[in-house]
Design a protein around this ligand. Sequence first.
Ligand code: BES
Ligand code: MN
Ligand code: ZN
Length: 503
Amino acid sequence: MKLEARVTDPTRQRSACLVVGVFEKRRLSAAAAALDQAMGGRLTRLLKRGDLEGKPGQTLLLPEADGTGAERILLVGCGRERDFNARRFRQALEAAVRTLDASGARDAVIYLTDLEVEDRDMAWRMRQAARHARAAVYRFTAMKSEADEPARPLKKLTFNVPSQRDLKRAAAGLAEGTAVADGMDLARDLGNLPGNVCTPSYLAARARKLAAADSRLRCTVLGRKEMEKLGMGALLAVARGSRQPPKFIVLEYRGLPRGTQGARAKPLVLVGKGITFDSGGISIKPAQAMDEMKFDMCGAASVLGTFLAVSRLKPAVNLVGLIPTCENLPDGAANKPGDIITSMAGKTIEVLNTDAEGRLILCDALAYAERYQPRAIVDIATLTGACVIALGKHASGLLGNDQALVDQLLAAGEAADDRAWQLPLWEEYQEQLKSNFADMANIGGREAGTITAACFLARFVEKHKWAHLDIAGTAWESGNSKGATGRPVPLLTRFVLERAGHK
Ligand code: BES
Ligand code: MN
Ligand code: ZN
């Protein structure tokens, strides 16, 4: 689907469909009012008759639009005019694009990007419009023998820009939104693929493919032998129960010229949890919804998605992506409760629960990150069920050892409408990880599970600025709309762009 930003006139525009907003209390947006006039007050009459109240997300498709240059008009409810915020904007866009997708229209001009959104500018509106439009037409059909594609798919969407003056900013916003959408689609596809297809080797191949398409990107994949040499005992312990070979994927993006010196040249490092299936291992999970543990690599997928967006947008920053990836399965060779393993950092860990495997693969990746002398490390992981209980599906959990870094991530999430919420990382919680036999245990008991998981990771990044995103609640949806969301690619991309000095 092609997306473009253009200045158009709703009364003259030729199109299969014009999409305009209507607020509650029969208040027409400017574009709707212009069409109303061109059509002799037809929209006003429809609203008076009660055909559309203007509630958020309501739609009304008029199959013909005499008096205008269009074949159809789609009215979209936007709620109360003074409440029109980021959430409402998203609701209106998604409702509009879903309705368009189900209609016969092949193209449309959307005037929702004209509407003022509380505290957000033109570039933001375009960014979000592109992203939500793409999300609304996303389908995962890779594993269906008969594709359920619409017979007449949407080919092109034009987002209206109210004035020529805004065109440049609008185009930049659209480019960013499109790149983020590409990244989210990749993250969603990888998440949605089943565990028997999306294996550690599959992720590695996908990462290599990404790097092959961009001369600024380099990909190295470490296998079991190399990991053994590095002493990645924690990652290898998790992988022991699986027939699939573990991989350690390294992606390096060079956005600054080679000669760049000093602190600026040091990279940001993103670390993504890549458990391609988490059965819990010997501490096996209950059968209920266990299929959803194919999504336990969504942290890894979000790193790959962010690299795809970065590869499109070319920010001036150096970026490293690290993906420890393996399966967590029970087996005669699997690691067992009570086993003590030695991590790459040299710290010993008593595995009291083999289902707390994410922190084990991450701790070796965090130790590996050392070699880059990173400016900051951010890890992304579907780490704890406790985070789903604490925050639900609306916010990712965020913890870190540097408040400025945490604040940047919070702000990036807010700006990208992909929000995170901070939890405390106080020293007091560290006590829960005490082991009688090793340097630490891999679980901290029932209380504050998200925090003690982060406390565990914190022990491996003491020398660096580090933050952790727990995306257990945000990376996928359950129930009827089961599927990967592509989060937090928007947050991460915004964060990287802001660190590179983009507005
Ligand atoms: N991948 C899971 C976390 C998870 C569970 C995410 C459910 C989303 C939904 C992780 O590896 C895990 O099993 N964590 C355990 C930790 C516990 C054993 C300390 C958990 O959350 O139950
Ligand atoms: Mn687990
Ligand atoms: Zn897991």
